[in-house]
Design a protein around this ligand. Structure first.
Ligand code: MGD
Ligand code: MGD
Ligand code: SF4
Ligand code: MO
Length: 666
């Protein structure tokens, strides 16, 4: 038996180090790497049996050509040679007839490795395809942080261990950032208190001392209310503000005038006394630490909500204290030069940009040129993109030539003209950086490729050859490309034990002394007042909403990762597509626990199994997970209800800014 190292490739802040046991070319066991400083030897339930995904009977193992209606999932095997020739011929025809922008790539986060994730970029730049604005996740969160903190580095997760008040704000850590619980538990043993601020009582409430339920999309108002009390009671850190903060006096005038507690109570649904108490405890904490998730940023006011909350630690000087601060995400991207993969310079002229959240519109509306071909890789837009009915209508177009490179027959793959089989992360090489900690790692293949599967990099090399482009760049292997990136390593990496990285070991990047108060903004200070913004000071404005009765929260399920892991019967045997509803709301509509209901709004109708629970407040309903349609009780999954509307800044998705009505299923 061989024991090898690898990295979890999924879009999760934890980016775990893996220990893989291989016997006769088969993965027989997967464990967390005890030497990985954040993983610390444990894995989430999904990856604890990654071998069931890697060796799943549902893997696609040969190229496939459609031989039934679009969406039917009927295909016949073809050779790689034929598949690549077919695609190149079609694309050459489309380019002659409509121009290269008629081709649209669609990819996101099936694998987070630097090379495999980005290997389509140099290819699509070279052929002049339309560009995709990859904003489905949380660009509004980034925007809100940047508006206050600029390029300041996020605090190390070890800080949490030293905090006396940890606030999990819009993050279901038990599902989406499970290893942070380790740090929280260390702090709790020393007496720290933990608060959870969410729209309903998630399972993360189990580790919290206090759960604060806020109306969807109103966190910005909550933060303004807290700041009002902090200013009123002079709970500020004056020295810190004088030295490091821009715009406190201006903010103070505004919040005292515009955000009295009764108004904030009305907006957020939280009692004025609770807000007051939160502010006082936050103001008096020695080293309060906020871990902010993405949930609250997926609204029409998401960037402003994040920006407002990000001002809180500045008022109380949390940045100056060991254990204090606020973490939205860490950035390790400057460790490796991504541009060596993406190669924007291969573009001859700037092609148009299409927002990935607006795929439904892009495929259906009149465009010049129209989108005539879609190439999907490591993403499943038919399930994960908002406004599913529009997306499926577009994918059904007979004149749209769709290619999907996938490991499984996803909702999107079922609409393809050609499906290409993809490797799993244990079958290819890559470099990984993280967004929830400061560890980077290189992974080598642990097993040979299964069937005829090929990695993203390999497929783009074949396509480049068939399209006669950039042969010298695409003729190198993924390993050669990785080595060339490491040879030109950043100064950050050069100061480390790079040999450990080459051996496939996790490598913690060193943080510069005093980084927490090195504010990388234009003014060099924390910019509560940001003169470059059209709203120079934080303020509250309402989310989009819809003309319907209930807010629909549709956030991560611990057993899935976006739509990944739908192949895993062992994980998802039961409790799929549950809609959690408050008892009073359920009795008002006259619907019973365990029965099928239909949720609907102007965009679509989706069937769920009802669960009546006090964990959800009145006026809000909750479903978790993005399910493949074959795993739902009806013929649509949750995104038939969500909207293509964008965030205030960052062009992001607004998944939770959605309202619905509910009726018993006929
Ligand atoms: N198991 C699992 N892990 C995952 C994922 C998954 O699908 N499953 N997805 C991965 C990806 S791609 C990402 S981006 C991250 C996301 O992970 P997180 O950063 O945790 O963010 P979200 O998943 O968007 O939502 C987290 C919480 O925000 C809450 N929320 C929604 N609206 C509001 C609001 O207005 N205010 C407040 N305070 N809370 C609100 C939701 O109820 C939810 O509990 O997780 C990653 N990890
Ligand atoms: N309703 C609702 N919708 C959401 C969300 C939500 O909270 N609610 N979350 C949103 C968020 S935060 C995100 S980030 C997006 C994510 O959306 P996606 O990036 O589309 O993520 P997945 O659904 O995990 O789909 C990834 C696919 O890539 C495939 N894959 C894995 N590795 C490889 C590989 O190496 N090569 C190729 N070619 N394929 C591979 C997997 O089999 C999988 O089907 O979803 C969004 N959608
Ligand atoms: S999904 Fe997240 S928690 Fe689970 S193994 Fe991967 S990185 Fe770790
Ligand atoms: Mo995401």
């Amino acid at each position: 038996m061989e024991v090898l190292r690898s990295v979890c490739p999924y879009d999760c802040p934890d980016t775990c180090g893996l220990i893989i046991n291989v016997e006769d070319g088969k993965v027989i066991k997967v464990q967390g790497d005890p030497e990985h400083p954040f993983t610390r030897g444990t894995l989430c339930p999904k990856m604890a049996h990654y071998e069931k995904t890697v060796h799943s009977k549902k893997r696609i193992l040969t190229p496939l050509l459609r031989n039934g209606a679009k969406g039917s999932g009927r295909f016949e095997p073809i050779s790689w040679d034929k598949a690549i020739k077919h695609i190149a011929t079609k694309w050459k025809e489309i380019i002659v007839k409509y121009g290269s922008e008629a081709i649209l790539p669609y990819s996101y986060a099936g694998t987070m490795g630097l090379v495999q994730r980005n290997s389509g970029h140099p290819f699509f730049y070279s052929i002049g395809a339309s560009r995709l604005d990859r904003t489905i996740c949380a660009p509004a969160k980034q925007y809100g942080w940047d508006a206050v903190m600029g390029k300041t580095m996020g605090p190390h997760t070890d800080e949490i261990q030293e905090s006396d008040l940890i606030i999990l704000w819009g993050i279901h850590a038990l599902a989406t950032d499970i290893h942070i619980i380790h740090d929280i538990n260390i702090a709790k043993k020393k007496g720290a208190k933990v608060w959870l601020i969410d729209t309903f009582e998630t399972d993360t409430a189990k580790i919290a001392d206090k759960v604060i339920i806020v109306k969807p999309g109103t966190d910005g108002a909550l933060a303004l209310g807290m700041m009002n009390v902090i200013a009123r009671d002079n709970l500020i850190d004056k020295n810190f503000i004088n030295k490091y903060v821009q715009g406190y006096e201006e903010l103070k005038d505004n919040i005292l005038k515009d955000y009295p507690l009764d108004k904030v109570n009305e907006i957020t649904g939280i009692d004025a006394s609770v807000i007051e108490n939160m502010a006082i405890q936050y103001g008096k904490a020695k080293a309060p630490f906020i871990r902010m998730g993405s949930g609250l940023s997926r609204y029409g006011n998401g960037a402003m909500s994040v920006r407002t909350i990000t001002c809180l630690p500045a008022l109380v000087g949390a940045w100056g204290k060991r254990g204090g601060g606020l973490l939205t995400s860490t950035s390790t991207s400057s460790a490796f030069d991504k541009k060596l993969v993406t190669r924007e310079e291969f573009q001859k002229k700037e092609a148009r940009i299409i927002n990935m959240n607006e795929l439904g519109n892009a495929l259906n509306e009149v465009n010049d040129p129209p989108i005539m071909s879609l190439y999907v890789y490591h993403s499943n837009p038919a399930a994960v993109a908002p406004d599913q009915n529009k997306v499926l209508k577009g994918l059904s177009r007979e004149d749209l030539f769709t290619v999907v490179h996938e490991r499984f027959m996803t909702d999107t793959a079922k609409y393809a003209d050609i499906v290409l089989p993809a490797t799993t992360s244990l079958e290819h090489s890559d470099l990984y950086n993280a967004y929830g900690h400061y560890v980077v790692q290189r992974a080598y293949p642990a097993i040979s490729t299964l069937g005829e599967a090929k990695s993203n990099w390999e497929v783009f090399s074949l396509l480049a050859d068939a399209m006669d482009i950039n042969k010298s760049f695409f003729n190198q292997s993924a390993d050669e490309l990785i080595n060339s990136i490491l040879e030109k390593s950043s100064s950050w990496l050069a100061n480390t034990k790079i040999e450990a990285l080459l051996k496939g070991k996790p490598l913690e990047l060193p943080l510069p002394d005093g980084y927490k108060t090195n504010f990388r903004t234009p003014s060099g200070k924390i910019e509560i007042l940001n003169p470059a913004e059209d709203e120079p000071l934080p303020r509250y404005f309402e989310p989009h909403g819809d003309n319907a009765e209930f807010w629909l929260i549709n956030s991560p399920d611990p057993r899935l990762l976006n739509s990944s892991f739908n192949e895993r019967e062992d994980l998802i045997k039961d409790n799929r597509m549950i809609l959690q509803v408050n008892p009073e709301d359920a009795s008002k509509i006259g619907i019973e626990d365990g029965k099928l209901v239909t949720a609907y709004n102007e965009r679509g109708e989706v069937d769920f199994k009802l669960k009546i629970t006090n964990k959800v407040p009145k006026g809000v309903v909750v479903t978790q997970g993005v399910w493949w349609i074959e795993n739902t009780p009806g013929n649509r999954s949750v995104n038939a209800l969500t909207s293509q509307r964008l965030t205030d800044k960052g062009n992001g998705s607004t998944f939770y800014d959605v309202k619905i009505n509910i009726k018993a299923k006929k």
